[in-house]
Design a protein. Structure first.
Length: 141
């Protein structure tokens, strides 16, 4: 078993020609996020229900973020409408049980669709959802 030399507080390169490259220094506080990190954050927020209002109103100069924010907002509105319709159907005696299955299908489908939209947005692609994207393109702010 080898013995470890006593620590002197500074690093000396190992014998035999090894070299040491110190890690890059970071400004105190971690520094400001990069523009691509900010862009990715805004693209993710675009599909998180009412959080889509944040990139919609703060990144008016970026057409791609605006498209995704409008699409995310229209998708949230479509989710609300689908849940309202299912609530009304659930109060009809014969169709009530079917509405419970509908809630599950709509909920799981919405989460899967959001994940796919976020992945495509971060990779620089767009996902056109037939009725939702058409509705989103009519939003004019």
């Amino acid at each position: 078993m080898s013995q470890m030399p006593p620590s002197s507080g500074s690093y000396t390169p190992p014998s035999g020609g090894g070299s040491y490259t110190p890690p890059p220094s970071r400004p105190p506080g971690g520094g400001a996020p990069s523009s691509s990190g900010d862009r990715n954050l805004m693209l993710v927020l675009s599909y998180l229900w009412l959080a889509s209002l944040i990139p919609l109103f703060t990144k008016k100069d970026d057409a791609e973020i605006q498209w995704h924010a409008k699409n995310g907002l229209a998708l949230a509105v479509a989710d609300i409408v689908a849940n309202i319709v299912l609530y009304i159907i659930s109060n009809i005696p014969v169709l009530g049980c079917g509405a419970l299955i509908g809630y599950c299908v709509v909920g799981i489908g919405y989460v899967v669709l959001i994940i796919v939209c976020i992945m495509k947005a971060v990779n620089g692609q767009r996902l056109r959802i037939p009725l939702v994207t058409d509705m989103a393109e009519k939003i004019n702010l």
